[in-house]
Design a protein around this ligand. Sequence first.
Ligand code: HAM
Length: 419
Amino acid sequence: MKTLPGFRDLFPEDFARRRYLTGLWRDTARRYGFVEFDGPTLESAELYRKKNSGGEILGQLYEFTDKGDRTVALRPEVTPTLARMVASKHRDYPKPIRWFNVGTCFRYERQQRGRLREFLQFNCDLVGDATSAADAEVVALLIDLLRSFGLGPEDFAIRLSDRSAWHDFLTLHGVEHDHAGEFLNIVDKMEKMPFEKTEELLAPFGIPQATIQEFISTGRIPALDPLLADLEARGLRAYVRPDLGVVRGLAYYTGVVFEAFALQGNLRAIAGGGRYDRLLADLSDGLADLPAVGFGVGDAVLLELINEIPAAKSLEASYLKSEPPLQVYLVIADESHRSNALALAQQLRVTGWRVGFPLGQEKVGKQFGTAETLGASHAVVIGAEWPNVKVKRLSDRMEQELDHATLAIWLEEHGAAVS
Ligand code: HAM
C-alpha cells in the first residue's frame, strides 16, 4: 500500500525538518507581532466558488458531497477562511489585525517538484490597514522569514507588482474591468503557455501578446514607490524587484501582488501574496468592509530550496542536531529491581527529565550501548545496591554511588540540568 500521489508519509526524520520549518515560521511571525489562529480544513465549496478564490484553484478542489448532502471542499488555501472569520468577529479585535496560520491545504495539482496535493502552508495576513506601510510590513516579514533559513539576496528575490497598473492598462485598451480577472489569469499563465495558445485566449480582448510583453518590459509601477521607499529604509530593498509580469492567479487580489522565487534552478514560486481589499466585504455582504494584505508560503518548495543552498542546509543540520536527546538511561542490572526502576523513571519524567530504560531483560553491556546510541548523558545502574544506585557520566565515565532519592539533585550538580 503506497500513499496517494501527492501525499506524504512523514517519518521522524521528515517530521524533524517540519518542526524546523514551522519553528522559524512561528518565531518570525511573532517578531512582527502576529498571533496564531486556525479554521476548519473542510469548508463549504461555495466559499471558494463565489467570486473568491477563482482562477486555477477551482479546478483543483478536493470537492465532494457529504452525508448531509452538502457540497464541501478540503481547503485549497486559508485566505477565504481567514476573511470569513475576521469579518464575523472583527469588532472584538483592535486594528490592524495581524494573524498567522500554519495549516494543511489540499489541491488536486499535477505533481511536480515543490508541488503536492497535500501540503503545509504558512499564511500571514494583516487586516484593517490599506496603506503601503502595511504592504511593506508583510513583504518585510516574508523577506526576514526566508533570511531566517540562511537564504540571502543571491538565493531569492521577491517580484513585486500592482494590479492597479494592469487596470490602467485595460482601461487604455478599452477592456471592461469585469473581465480583468479573466484577462489577468491569461497573463499569469503566459510565461508557461505556448505562444499560439496565449494568442487564442487573448483574441476576445483584442490585445496582442506583443503589446502585453512590451508593457511588462517597459512599464514602470509608480504605485510601488512608497513600498519601495519603506523597504529601502529597512535595508531590504535588495531583495525586491518591481516586475509587472507578476499578476497572481487568484481572483481576489486588488492592489500590490508579489511572489518570492529562487534565483537558481527552476523551482516554482516559494511564496505568493498581495492585497485583497474587497474579499471581506464580499464574504460578509458588505458588513465588514476591511482592507487586507498577506501571503502564503508552502513547505515543499522551501524544503527543496534548503537542500540546494549549502548555507541553508548546514543551518538546518545544526538545528536538527540540537534536537534534545535522552538525559538519563536506567540500566536495570537486576530484574528483581525492575519495579524500583519503573518508579524512579516515573518520578524523574514527571519532574521533566528525559528518561529511557529497556522494556525487557537485557545484558548490562547492551543496555550501556543503547544509552550511548540514544545520546543519554548519564546511565544509572539499578541493582543489588538498591536503594543506592550507581550513576555514570558517559562522556568521561565518571562514576558515583548514591541514594536514588538524591539522584535528581546530583544530576543537576553534574551538568545534566532539566531543559
Ligand atoms: P498561492 O500562490 O496559491 O497563494 O500559494 C502560496 C504558496 O503556497 C505557493 O507559493 C507555494 O509555496 C505554496 N503552494 C501552493 N500550492 C501548492 C502545492 N500544490 N503544493 C505545495 N505548495 C503549494 C495562496 O494560497 C494565497 N491564499 C496566499 C495569500 C495569503 N494571499 C493573501 N494572503
